[in-house]
Design a protein around this ligand. Structure first.
Ligand code: FNR
Length: 185
């Protein structure tokens, strides 16, 4: 069984990105499982807190969930044409201490998708993650792309993915990512 851990970069209960992640969990191909992780409970990074009390429990638990998975799926909002601070803060905490980066992120396959109510579907945020993923030594998968634009029309009131075309795109993306994870190419 191939295990993917999905992380939404939004804390909002009505988040389009979390809705996209939920939809993805229901569309992964047989032989793979997508578990959903959250950034709720992760404090703002403060080096003084780290020096005083170490890695917060929510961060440590998330690190171990990543380590126990075969791959990471980041579902990113776009803020001001860049990465959202909430998700960057989470990744920054997860990169502490530096001696643990290789265990948590090193060579770990990572895919990035995202949803936005605008017309470009997080394309700039997805690009902006690239230097971070490179710095952490991950193995990003570039075999597919998914930018969900006009998210307000793609999800219904309950946050269910209602657009058949986007559903097919998501399914194809996941198929490609899982093929990569299972075959190494
Ligand atoms: C946004 N939003 C936004 N959208 C976009 O496509 N490009 C952008 O540059 C921005 N910039 C931006 C900045 C800030 C501070 C906020 C709060 C919002 C809109 C954003 O895509 C929208 O709020 C989404 O709904 C956020 O994702 P979730 O919470 O629905 O997952």
């Amino acid at each position: 069984m191939t295990r993917i851990l999905g992380l939404s970069g939004s804390l909002r209960s009505g988040s389009y990105n979390t809705a996209l992640l939920r939809a993805a969990a229901g569309l992964v191909p047989a032989g793979a499982k997508l578990d959903i992780a959250t950034l709720h409970g992760i404090p703002l990074y403060d080096g003084d807190d780290e020096a005083r009390t170490g890695i917060p429990p929510a961060v440590q638990q998330l690190k171990e969930r990543i380590v126990a998975s075969d791959a990471l799926l980041l579902v990113t909002p776009e803020y001001n044409n860049g990465v959202p601070g909430v998700l960057k803060n989470g990744i920054d905490w997860l990169s502490r201490p530096p001696a643990d980066i290789a265990r948590v992120f090193g060579n770990r396959p990572v895919a990035v998708i995202g949803a936005s109510p605008g017309g470009f579907g997080t394309i700039l945020a997805q690009n902006a993650w690239l230097p971070v993923l490179r710095t952490l030594g991950t193995r990003p998968w570039f075999g597919g792309r998914l930018m969900v634009s006009r998210a307000g029309q793609v999800f219904d009131e309950a946050g269910t993915l209602a657009d058949e075309k986007v559903k097919a795109q998501l399914q194809q993306f996941l198929r490609g990512f899982v093929d990569f994870l299972q075959s190494g190419r």
